[in-house]
Ligand binder design. Structure first.
Ligand SMILES: [Cu+2]
Length: 123
C-alpha cells in the first residue's frame, strides 16, 4: 500500500517537472503595440508569437475592453501560423484599453498574457 503511494507520488512529481520555458510560444509583436498610444482604434488587432500556434477550438482567444470595461472584439480569433488576430468595433472612448490573450503553444502548452494600449486625441 505505502509502496504504491510512493510510486504514485513519484510519478506525479515527474509529470510536474516544468519543461524549459523556451519551449513555450512567446509574444514577440503586437498591433497596437504594448503600451502604445493610438489616435484611432484599429479595425483589427494582431498578436505575433515566436512560433506557430496550434489550432484547437477555444484554445486561442483575444478579448479587448475599452476604458469603460466594455468588450470591443468582434467574433472569434483568427489563427495564421504564428499570428492571432481579431476584428475590433469602432470605439472613441479615450483612455486605457486592455488586451487579454490566450494562445496554444506548438508544444501543447497554453500561454496567457495581457497588455494595455491607449487611445488619445490627436493634438
Ligand atoms: Cu511549453
Amino acid at each position: 500500500m505505502a509502496k504504491r503511494l510512493i510510486a504514485a507520488v513519484a510519478a506525479l512529481s515527474f509529470v510536474m517537472v516544468p519543461l524549459p520555458a523556451s519551449a513555450h510560444a512567446k509574444l514577440v509583436r503586437s498591433n497596437p503595440g504594448i503600451s502604445a498610444t493610438v489616435y484611432k482604434v484599429p479595425t483589427q488587432l494582431s498578436l505575433t508569437f515566436d512560433d506557430d500556434l496550434l489550432e484547437l477550438a477555444g484554445a486561442n482567444a483575444i478579448e479587448v475592453t475599452d476604458p469603460k470595461n466594455k468588450k470591443i472584439q468582434i467574433g472569434s480569433v483568427n489563427l495564421t501560423a504564428a499570428t492571432l488576430s481579431i476584428k475590433l468595433k469602432a470605439s472613441s472612448v479615450l483612455g486605457k484599453y486592455k488586451v487579454m490573450w490566450r494562445a496554444l503553444s506548438g508544444d501543447g502548452h497554453p500561454v496567457t498574457g495581457f497588455y494595455y494600449f491607449y487611445l488619445a486625441k490627436k493634438k
